[in-house]
Design a binder for this molecule. Structure first.
Ligand code: OFO
Length: 170
């Protein structure tokens, strides 16, 4: 049984995760248009991963006898100056999501909702990985610049990524 406050906050998190999918898909769309097929692939996989994050909370709300209420998804930005600007925005977004998860954990604690607190631990760990994944691509972009041969090689590397929910479960 979920308390109303917790149910509301979890529903808001579903919306934020869906917005995450939307923002990465918008980045993927621009990357595909600009000829960065590897970045487009990475963003597609990331968008799928975000849908999985949203779904996991959706299922949890249902399991706890709560009510999922879907809300309007904000329009994502659609113009990014460069691949580097794109990943900077991605890192900023992940930091925002980390804060949101931390606030949710605080709320679950305040409300003595142990089950939700435990459920959210997965997201706490996941956010460390999310920030690290984006941060390490950004480090490479700082190193090579986002043009020329280095960028070509990085784009090739990013073409290798695929998403499976099993991997994300680990
Ligand atoms: Fe759902 O972790 Fe990224 O946003």
């Amino acid at each position: 049984m979920l308390k109303e406050k917790v149910e509301k906050a979890l529903n808001e998190q579903v919306n934020k995760e869906l917005f995450s999918a939307y923002i990465y898909q918008a980045m993927g769309a621009q990357a595909a248009h600009d000829g960065f097929d590897g970045i487009a692939n990475w963003m597609d996989a990331q968008a799928q991963e975000e849908m999985f994050h949203a779904r996991k909370i959706y299922d949890y709300i249902n399991e706890q006898g709560g009510r999922v209420t879907l809300q309007t998804i904000e329009e994502p930005p659609s113009e990014f100056e460069s691949p580097k600007a794109m990943f900077e925005k991605a890192l900023e977004h992940e930091q925002f999501i980390t804060e949101s998860i931390n606030d949710l954990v605080d709320l679950a604690k305040e409300e003595n909702d142990h089950a939700t607190e435990i459920f959210l631990q997965w997201y706490v760990t996941e956010q460390v990985e999310e920030e690290d994944n984006v941060g390490s691509i950004l480090d490479k972009l700082e190193l090579i610049g986002d043009k020329g041969r280095g960028m070509y090689m990085l784009d090739k590397e990013l073409a290798e990524r695929s998403f499976t929910s099993e991997e994300d479960e680990e």
